[in-house]
Design a protein around this ligand. Structure first.
Ligand SMILES: *Cc1c(COP(=O)(O)O)cnc(C)c1O
Length: 356
């Protein structure tokens, strides 16, 4: 086999296993899961592994990613996590559900769906303090009253998203509030909400300790399934595979160099003024990988070699006492930021272990 470098090796059995463990765990309290595929660009093999593991929905923030999975023949309920108003027509074509916060956007979705004689389902996002997307809780009933009779759309439920912008943690208080909001909507409009989606991978710790999830009956999980950790403290979830993705790249230079730059210094390639600690002359490896491929801060070398820095296409490693040679492969584990970039880089090959 010709080794392609750089490459991400993706364990499909690992992803299937994680989805299966998490589905069973949340099912105990009747919480269904959306497998979030945006970090892997809707990769059909990975999405299929999530479905085999038991997730009920596939959710993604990009129309292109949903289309990619559907074109490959994936059958699931698709949820668009972010609605572009100007592309309402495409949204109702590709997604069964979308998350929404604007009356005008829902109106456009309604027109497009009605024209095609379909029902597009709307999940209204509620602002619970993280200050990204969401309708203020006090405005929710009036909002629903405006949109509930639109033809072509149906209010399927509500959702909230925490721990993304403001780092606000899901807890008993804000989840109780979501649950109470769901109850008041059901009473006010004499209806039953199909989906009350409490959040993302950061909701794991809340679920672990809650006295009961109330009306919360859905979560949207990306990182927990893909990387095996919850995201409030980035702790591995017991029983999950945390090594489903491994990035492998090639050493292209190996030399001993001083740890402090020589000469007068100004900005680096990205406008920062770098600072260095003098550790004498050390062996350094340059790896053929760069910021155009990954976020260097999200890489951990499997052999514990410190990452000293990265420019557009050179990653500098402290080679330590490890006997590397030019042409050797070095392996990295990925954090979310590095996974997102690596899966998006056209320069990194995607290789599947025990795939289709
Ligand atoms: C990305 C995203 C998720 C998934 O987040 P993870 O931390 O990967 O679980 C859930 N909901 C929304 C709205 C998102 O944008």
């Amino acid at each position: 086999m010709i080794a392609t470098l750089p490459r991400v090796e993706i364990s499909l059995p690992g992803i299937r296993h994680n989805a299966r463990i998490l589905s069973a765990y949340f099912e105990k309290e009747d919480i269904s899961l959306m497998g979030v595929s945006k970090a892997v660009l809707g990769d059909p093999r990975i999405v299929d592994a999530m479905i085999q593991g038991g997730v009920r929905f596939i959710a993604d923030s990009r129309i292109e990613n949903i289309r990619r999975a559907k074109t490959a023949g994936i059958k699931a309920q698709f949820v668009l996590l972010r609605t572009p108003m100007s592309r309402a027509d495409e949204v109702v074509d590709c997604a069964d559900y979308s998350l929404n916060t604007e009356v005008n956007t829902i109106e456009k979705l309604s027109h497009c769906a009605a024209r095609k004689n379909i029902i597009h389902k709307i999940i209204l996002m509620v602002e619970m303090g993280d200050l990204r997307e969401g309708i203020a809780p006090e405005d929710l009933l009036a909002f629903i009253d405006k949109v509930r009779t639109f033809p072509g759309t149906r209010i399927a439920g509500i959702g909230c998203n925490l721990a993304c912008h403001g780092g606000v943690l899901p807890n008993e208080r804000n989840m109780r509030l979501m649950s109470d909001l769901a109850s008041s909507i059901e009473q006010e409009f004499r209806t039953r909400l199909e989906i009350v989606s409490g959040g993302n991978s950061a909701n794991y710790n809340w679920y672990k300790t809650t006295q009961g999830p109330g009306k919360i009956n859905n979560l949207r999980l990306g990182e927990a399934i893909l990387l095996g950790c919850e995201t409030a403290t980035r702790t591995p979830i017991p029983g999950l595979d945390t090594k489903c993705f491994e990035l492998i790249a090639e050493v292209i230079e190996l030399k001993r160099k001083p740890s402090i730059p020589l000469g007068e210094t100004g900005q680096d390639a990205f406008g920062n003024f770098p600072a260095f600690e003098d550790r004498g002359v050390t062996p350094r490896a340059i790896v053929a990988l760069g910021r155009q491929d990954v976020d260097a801060g999200g890489l951990t070398s499997v052999d514990n070699l410190p990452v000293l820095g990265a420019s557009s296409d050179h990653l500098i490693l402290d080679a330590g006492t490890r006997r590397l040679k030019v042409g050797d492969e070095v392996k990295f584990n990925l954090k979310y930021s590095a996974l997102l970039a690596a899966m998006t880089s056209p320069f990194i090959k995607k290789v599947y272990t025990q795939g289709w």
